[in-house]
Write a protein that binds this ligand. Structure first.
Ligand SMILES: CC(C)(COP(=O)(O)OP(=O)(O)OC[C@H]1O[C@@H](n2cnc3c(N)ncnc32)[C@H](O)[C@@H]1OP(=O)(O)O)[C@@H](O)C(=O)NCCC(=O)NCCS
Length: 168
């Protein structure tokens, strides 16, 4: 399975997947509007155009999303991986690693030099070539978002970083 760019029909399935884990405090909740705003930066794995609804009343087509993630550009050189999630029935099959690989390549193609994540699953990211860093080394993230977070002074997430280009 190869990650593909997300489409409108992926918006609700992405929210369902991400918010399933958000309810467990593993990641941040996303609204359909937030996903729509970031749609061009999202990749998903899964099938397209699966009809949803019961047999008598088809309510439209939605895609089946088994995994997703997107990159947010924090500065001209730094991007962040967000909303990385794999359906519970398909974890451990390599899909998370595949989504990260493709997000990294997408970032590299856009000229990004460093890609980071704030995560409760650092070991997963270490396997993808990221290393642990001090949170302040990704300061655009801290000043842009973390300072508004209620958990700012008691953050339990680990900052990880991957250098894509040594030209800086
Ligand atoms: C983290 C996550 C995206 C990994 O996706 P995945 O498809 O299961 O990962 P892969 O199959 O590509 O890689 C599996 C490897 O990562 C490790 N791994 C998976 N989830 C992990 C976690 N939460 N903590 C530490 N290691 C983890 C596995 O042990 C496995 O290692 P192995 O290959 O040595 O056995 C997925 O578990 C998930 O959606 N978790 C819930 C949401 C979440 O925590 N997202 C990350 C937010 S930054």
């Amino acid at each position: 399975m190869i990650p593909r760019p997300a489409t409108e029909a992926d918006i609700q399935p992405i929210c369902d997947l991400v918010n399933h884990f958000a309810e467990q405090n593993l990641m941040l909740q996303r609204t359909p509007e937030q996903v729509r705003m970031a749609l061009g930066d999202f990749l998903v794995v899964g099938d397209q155009n699966q009809m949803v609804g019961d047999q008598n009343q088809m309510v439209g087509d939605q895609n089946q999303v088994l995994g997703c993630g997107y990159i947010a550009h924090l500065s001209a050189t730094l991007a962040e991986i967000r909303s990385l999630a794999v359906h519970p029935d398909h974890q451990g099959e390599g899909l998370g690693g595949l989504v990260v690989d493709h997000l990294v390549e997408m970032a590299r193609a856009r000229g990004v030099q460093k890609i980071c994540a704030l995560t409760l699953a650092p070991d997963f990211f270490y396997r993808q070539g990221f290393h642990r860093v001090n949170r302040w080394s990704i300061s655009p993230k801290i000043w842009g978002e973390c300072v508004y977070c209620p958990k700012f002074h008691a953050c339990d997430e680990i900052a990880v970083l991957k250098i894509l280009d040594s030209g800086e």
